[in-house]
Design a protein around this ligand. Structure first.
Ligand code: MN
Ligand code: MN
Length: 284
């Protein structure tokens, strides 16, 4: 009987069991440190719903989602204060990585990347992080919180010096000074072949974090801190397709800051779903 029914509450084609899955999708409904417009806690479910509007086949990658084995565990059950919630995120992520599965994480706002990457650190030791974002996210503290979305890359820099930041066009002077002083790999442009060669030469596991506001608000209006002068969806995809060359080293990725209550005609959620599809087709 089950074959006549469809579960649209999961990402399309996510029909493997956890045990059989090579990749595990889960979402983190957390947006409590948002400084401007909250709503990213609903991001994961918006991406899932939007995914059903896409094809399962990618003509660029010549692969179909039906060739992959992945499951969708949906929203993580979070309670307690920020520290307790981040502990849960950390432990769950670590368990999934321990089971030798790739992780596909939907935010939530960007602060959630820290406990995820901390689990990556404890599993892999040495690793690199590639960030696509409009913002540096390098503040040491923001509104009294060191674990704010605005501090996430600063905290991650304490876990690995190999961070690569692309699309960055916003931040306060202290953040830009920090980047200069520490000679961070931070670019206003998106990743190009030359950048990739550099990343490749490190020969380390890679985690990719995509803050959807790297796109121009025209292409991704549904986000908490839209920042003008961004990139087109196509420019971002052209950059992401370069990752094909290091696909075997990508142990997971996240897409954060999708906020459906600020979206228009689901543009942002559909875009995020397509990013997820293409990256999954690449790394699984
Ligand atoms: Mn960010
Ligand atoms: Mn951002």
């Amino acid at each position: 009987m089950e074959e006549y029914f469809i579960d649209l509450s999961k990402f399309m084609m996510a029909d493997s069991s956890y045990k059989d899955a090579d990749g595990v999708i889960f979402s983190i409904p957390y947006d409590e440190t948002t400084s401007f417009k909250p709503g990213a806690r609903e991001g994961g479910n918006a991406i899932r719903t939007a995914s059903w509007g896409l094809e399962t086949y990618s003509p660029i990658l010549d692969r179909d989602l039906s060739e992959l084995k992945y499951c969708d565990l949906k929203d993580l059950d979070l309670y307690g204060n920020q520290e307790e919630k981040f502990n849960t995120i950390y432990h769950v992520t670590k368990e999934i990585l321990k089971d030798n599965k790739r992780i596909i994480v939907f935010g939530g706002e960007h602060s959630i990347t820290y406990p995820v990457v901390k689990a990556v650190k404890d599993m892999y030791g040495d690793f690199a992080v590639i960030q696509f974002d409009a913002h540096c996210d390098l503040r040491d503290e923001y509104l009294g919180n060191k674990l704010s979305h605005a501090c996430v890359m600063r905290r991650i820099y304490e876990l690995t010096k190999d961070i690569f930041q692309f699309g960055i066009r916003s931040g306060d002077k202290e953040e830009w000074d920090f980047a200069k002083k520490n000679n961070l790999y931070l670019k206003m442009d998106l990743m190009n072949e030359e950048d990739l060669e550099h990343i490749k030469s490190l020969d380390k596991p890679i985690y990719v974090t995509i803050d959807i506001d790297v796109l121009d608000p025209a292409y991704a209006p549904g986000t908490g801190t839209p920042e003008p002068c961004g990139f087109s969806t196509r420019e971002l995809f052209n950059s992401l397709y370069l990752l094909k060359d290091v696909k075997d080293r990508i142990i997971g990725f996240d897409i954060v800051e999708v906020s459906p209550i600020h979206d228009i005609a689901n543009i942002t959620a559909i875009t995020a779903a397509k990013i997820a599809r293409e990256l999954m087709l690449m790394i699984l």
